[in-house]
Design a protein around this ligand. Structure first.
Ligand SMILES: [Zn+2]
Length: 237
Protein backbone atom coordinates (compact mmCIF):
# COMPACT_ATOMS: atom_id res chain seq x y z
CA UNK A 1 0.00 0.00 0.00
CA UNK A 2 1.30 3.43 -0.91
CA UNK A 3 0.58 6.43 1.29
CA UNK A 4 0.40 9.70 -0.67
CA UNK A 5 3.37 12.04 -0.33
CA UNK A 6 2.91 15.81 0.00
CA UNK A 7 3.46 16.22 -3.75
CA UNK A 8 0.88 13.56 -4.52
CA UNK A 9 -1.59 15.19 -2.14
CA UNK A 10 -1.08 18.50 -3.94
CA UNK A 11 -1.77 16.78 -7.24
CA UNK A 12 -4.96 15.24 -5.83
CA UNK A 13 -6.04 18.67 -4.53
CA UNK A 14 -5.52 20.15 -7.99
CA UNK A 15 -7.55 17.36 -9.48
CA UNK A 16 -10.42 17.91 -7.02
CA UNK A 17 -10.39 21.65 -7.54
CA UNK A 18 -10.42 21.21 -11.31
CA UNK A 19 -13.38 18.79 -11.04
CA UNK A 20 -15.19 21.24 -8.77
CA UNK A 21 -14.70 24.06 -11.24
CA UNK A 22 -15.89 21.88 -14.10
CA UNK A 23 -19.11 21.00 -12.35
CA UNK A 24 -19.77 24.54 -11.18
CA UNK A 25 -19.15 25.80 -14.71
CA UNK A 26 -21.51 23.21 -16.21
CA UNK A 27 -24.24 24.06 -13.71
CA UNK A 28 -23.80 27.77 -14.40
CA UNK A 29 -23.84 27.29 -18.16
CA UNK A 30 -26.98 25.15 -18.23
CA UNK A 31 -28.66 27.14 -15.43
CA UNK A 32 -28.93 24.09 -13.19
CA UNK A 33 -30.34 22.05 -16.04
CA UNK A 34 -32.92 24.74 -16.64
CA UNK A 35 -34.63 23.88 -13.40
CA UNK A 36 -34.58 27.48 -12.22
CA UNK A 37 -36.86 28.30 -15.07
CA UNK A 38 -40.52 27.58 -14.52
CA UNK A 39 -42.14 24.92 -16.66
CA UNK A 40 -44.59 27.53 -17.88
CA UNK A 41 -41.80 29.62 -19.39
CA UNK A 42 -40.02 26.70 -20.96
CA UNK A 43 -43.14 25.41 -22.69
CA UNK A 44 -44.27 28.82 -23.85
CA UNK A 45 -47.78 28.05 -22.64
CA UNK A 46 -49.92 30.14 -20.31
CA UNK A 47 -50.32 27.12 -18.11
CA UNK A 48 -48.73 23.70 -18.26
CA UNK A 49 -52.14 22.26 -17.39
CA UNK A 50 -53.58 22.38 -20.87
CA UNK A 51 -55.58 19.99 -22.98
CA UNK A 52 -52.58 18.36 -24.59
CA UNK A 53 -51.33 15.88 -22.03
CA UNK A 54 -49.00 14.44 -24.67
CA UNK A 55 -47.16 17.77 -24.88
CA UNK A 56 -46.74 17.85 -21.17
CA UNK A 57 -45.48 14.28 -20.90
CA UNK A 58 -42.28 15.19 -22.77
CA UNK A 59 -41.74 18.17 -20.49
CA UNK A 60 -42.35 16.14 -17.36
CA UNK A 61 -40.00 13.41 -18.55
CA UNK A 62 -37.28 15.94 -19.35
CA UNK A 63 -37.75 17.67 -16.01
CA UNK A 64 -37.44 14.43 -14.10
CA UNK A 65 -34.30 13.57 -16.05
CA UNK A 66 -32.83 17.03 -15.40
CA UNK A 67 -33.61 16.73 -11.70
CA UNK A 68 -31.78 13.39 -11.55
CA UNK A 69 -28.78 14.83 -13.42
CA UNK A 70 -28.72 17.85 -11.15
CA UNK A 71 -28.91 15.65 -8.05
CA UNK A 72 -26.01 13.63 -9.38
CA UNK A 73 -23.85 16.72 -10.04
CA UNK A 74 -24.72 18.26 -6.69
CA UNK A 75 -23.90 15.03 -4.92
CA UNK A 76 -20.53 14.88 -6.70
CA UNK A 77 -19.92 18.50 -5.76
CA UNK A 78 -20.69 17.83 -2.09
CA UNK A 79 -18.24 14.91 -2.08
CA UNK A 80 -15.51 17.09 -3.58
CA UNK A 81 -16.18 19.84 -1.04
CA UNK A 82 -15.96 17.33 1.81
CA UNK A 83 -12.71 15.90 0.42
CA UNK A 84 -11.17 19.39 0.09
CA UNK A 85 -12.26 20.18 3.65
CA UNK A 86 -10.63 16.94 4.87
CA UNK A 87 -7.42 18.05 3.11
CA UNK A 88 -7.55 21.37 4.96
CA UNK A 89 -8.07 19.55 8.24
CA UNK A 90 -5.32 17.02 7.52
CA UNK A 91 -7.65 14.02 7.70
CA UNK A 92 -7.71 13.33 3.95
CA UNK A 93 -6.49 9.87 2.99
CA UNK A 94 -7.67 8.30 6.24
CA UNK A 95 -10.84 6.22 6.27
CA UNK A 96 -13.62 7.93 8.21
CA UNK A 97 -14.95 4.58 9.41
CA UNK A 98 -11.86 2.62 10.50
CA UNK A 99 -9.09 5.21 10.53
CA UNK A 100 -6.84 3.14 8.24
CA UNK A 101 -4.92 4.95 5.52
CA UNK A 102 -6.62 4.84 2.10
CA UNK A 103 -4.17 3.53 -0.54
CA UNK A 104 -2.91 6.07 -3.05
CA UNK A 105 -4.20 3.91 -5.91
CA UNK A 106 -7.73 4.28 -4.56
CA UNK A 107 -7.36 8.03 -4.02
CA UNK A 108 -6.16 8.41 -7.59
CA UNK A 109 -9.13 6.46 -8.91
CA UNK A 110 -11.71 8.13 -6.64
CA UNK A 111 -10.10 11.35 -5.35
CA UNK A 112 -13.29 12.50 -3.61
CA UNK A 113 -13.54 9.45 -1.36
CA UNK A 114 -13.32 9.62 2.44
CA UNK A 115 -13.46 5.86 2.94
CA UNK A 116 -11.31 2.81 2.39
CA UNK A 117 -12.72 0.29 -0.04
CA UNK A 118 -14.21 -1.88 2.71
CA UNK A 119 -16.18 0.99 4.22
CA UNK A 120 -17.31 2.79 1.10
CA UNK A 121 -20.99 3.65 1.68
CA UNK A 122 -21.65 3.15 -2.02
CA UNK A 123 -21.47 -0.62 -1.47
CA UNK A 124 -24.49 -0.57 0.78
CA UNK A 125 -27.40 -1.21 -1.49
CA UNK A 126 -30.47 0.50 -0.15
CA UNK A 127 -33.43 -1.73 0.51
CA UNK A 128 -35.74 1.22 1.03
CA UNK A 129 -39.07 0.72 -0.67
CA UNK A 130 -41.52 3.47 -1.61
CA UNK A 131 -43.63 4.14 1.48
CA UNK A 132 -46.90 3.77 -0.43
CA UNK A 133 -46.16 0.09 -1.03
CA UNK A 134 -47.23 -0.57 2.56
CA UNK A 135 -50.70 0.64 1.66
CA UNK A 136 -51.06 -0.81 -1.81
CA UNK A 137 -52.92 -4.07 -2.10
CA UNK A 138 -54.36 -5.78 -5.16
CA UNK A 139 -57.69 -4.07 -5.92
CA UNK A 140 -59.90 -7.07 -5.08
CA UNK A 141 -57.57 -8.72 -2.63
CA UNK A 142 -55.12 -11.46 -3.47
CA UNK A 143 -57.11 -13.71 -5.70
CA UNK A 144 -54.62 -16.03 -7.34
CA UNK A 145 -54.66 -18.94 -4.90
CA UNK A 146 -52.55 -21.51 -6.74
CA UNK A 147 -49.97 -21.61 -3.95
CA UNK A 148 -52.56 -22.36 -1.29
CA UNK A 149 -52.70 -26.00 -0.28
CA UNK A 150 -56.16 -25.70 1.25
CA UNK A 151 -57.93 -24.19 -1.75
CA UNK A 152 -58.56 -25.88 -5.03
CA UNK A 153 -61.47 -23.95 -6.43
CA UNK A 154 -62.08 -21.25 -8.96
CA UNK A 155 -59.93 -18.23 -8.21
CA UNK A 156 -58.92 -14.87 -9.65
CA UNK A 157 -56.39 -16.47 -11.95
CA UNK A 158 -59.08 -18.68 -13.46
CA UNK A 159 -61.21 -15.61 -14.06
CA UNK A 160 -58.28 -14.02 -15.84
CA UNK A 161 -57.70 -17.13 -17.93
CA UNK A 162 -61.30 -17.05 -19.15
CA UNK A 163 -61.10 -13.38 -20.03
CA UNK A 164 -57.68 -13.83 -21.59
CA UNK A 165 -58.99 -16.62 -23.81
CA UNK A 166 -60.79 -13.88 -25.77
CA UNK A 167 -57.42 -12.49 -26.70
CA UNK A 168 -55.03 -9.84 -25.48
CA UNK A 169 -52.38 -7.62 -27.03
CA UNK A 170 -49.52 -10.07 -26.56
CA UNK A 171 -47.71 -11.84 -29.35
CA UNK A 172 -45.81 -15.14 -29.05
CA UNK A 173 -42.57 -13.13 -29.02
CA UNK A 174 -43.66 -11.44 -25.80
CA UNK A 175 -44.70 -14.57 -23.97
CA UNK A 176 -42.91 -15.41 -20.76
CA UNK A 177 -43.10 -19.04 -21.78
CA UNK A 178 -40.24 -19.74 -24.20
CA UNK A 179 -41.92 -22.84 -25.63
CA UNK A 180 -44.83 -20.95 -27.12
CA UNK A 181 -45.53 -22.07 -30.68
CA UNK A 182 -48.48 -19.91 -31.58
CA UNK A 183 -51.29 -17.74 -30.37
CA UNK A 184 -53.18 -20.71 -28.89
CA UNK A 185 -50.44 -21.27 -26.33
CA UNK A 186 -49.99 -17.69 -25.18
CA UNK A 187 -52.24 -17.62 -22.16
CA UNK A 188 -51.02 -18.35 -18.66
CA UNK A 189 -51.13 -22.10 -18.17
CA UNK A 190 -52.68 -22.40 -21.63
CA UNK A 191 -52.17 -26.15 -21.52
CA UNK A 192 -53.96 -26.49 -18.23
CA UNK A 193 -56.85 -28.94 -18.21
CA UNK A 194 -60.17 -27.21 -17.92
CA UNK A 195 -62.79 -28.92 -15.79
CA UNK A 196 -60.83 -32.08 -14.99
CA UNK A 197 -57.59 -33.04 -13.26
CA UNK A 198 -56.07 -35.90 -15.23
CA UNK A 199 -56.10 -35.91 -19.06
CA UNK A 200 -57.58 -39.39 -19.02
CA UNK A 201 -60.79 -37.98 -17.54
CA UNK A 202 -61.42 -36.00 -20.68
CA UNK A 203 -61.56 -38.93 -23.08
CA UNK A 204 -62.76 -41.92 -21.06
CA UNK A 205 -66.50 -42.23 -20.77
CA UNK A 206 -68.91 -44.78 -19.45
CA UNK A 207 -72.56 -45.36 -20.19
CA UNK A 208 -75.25 -44.75 -17.62
CA UNK A 209 -74.55 -48.07 -15.90
CA UNK A 210 -70.91 -47.17 -15.41
CA UNK A 211 -69.76 -50.46 -16.84
CA UNK A 212 -69.18 -49.95 -20.53
CA UNK A 213 -66.09 -47.84 -20.92
CA UNK A 214 -65.54 -46.07 -24.22
CA UNK A 215 -62.77 -43.81 -25.47
CA UNK A 216 -63.51 -40.45 -27.04
CA UNK A 217 -60.68 -39.95 -29.51
CA UNK A 218 -60.34 -36.24 -28.99
CA UNK A 219 -57.33 -33.93 -29.00
CA UNK A 220 -56.41 -34.78 -25.40
CA UNK A 221 -56.50 -38.44 -26.30
CA UNK A 222 -54.17 -37.90 -29.28
CA UNK A 223 -51.75 -35.90 -27.13
CA UNK A 224 -51.92 -38.56 -24.43
CA UNK A 225 -50.96 -41.28 -26.88
CA UNK A 226 -48.32 -39.17 -28.60
CA UNK A 227 -46.65 -38.53 -25.26
CA UNK A 228 -46.38 -42.27 -24.83
CA UNK A 229 -48.50 -42.21 -21.70
CA UNK A 230 -51.15 -44.70 -22.67
CA UNK A 231 -50.66 -48.26 -23.73
CA UNK A 232 -52.61 -49.37 -26.72
CA UNK A 233 -55.07 -51.39 -24.68
CA UNK A 234 -57.30 -48.39 -24.93
CA UNK A 235 -57.36 -48.74 -28.69
CA UNK A 236 -59.52 -51.83 -28.32
CA UNK A 237 -62.22 -49.97 -26.45
ZN1 LIG B 1 -12.21 1.84 6.44
Amino acid sequence: MTIPTAAELARLRNQLEADKKDIEHTLYENEHYGLQQSLRDSTGELSPIDNHPGDLATEVYDRAKDMALLDQEEFHLSRITAALQAMDEGTYGTCLACGDPIPLERLEAVPDTLYCIDHSPRQQVSDDRPVEEAYLTPPFGRSSLDEREDYNGFDGEDTWQIVEAWGNADSPAMSENREVEGYDHLMIEADENDGYVEPIESFLATDITGRHVSVVRNREYQAYMENGEGDHELEEQ
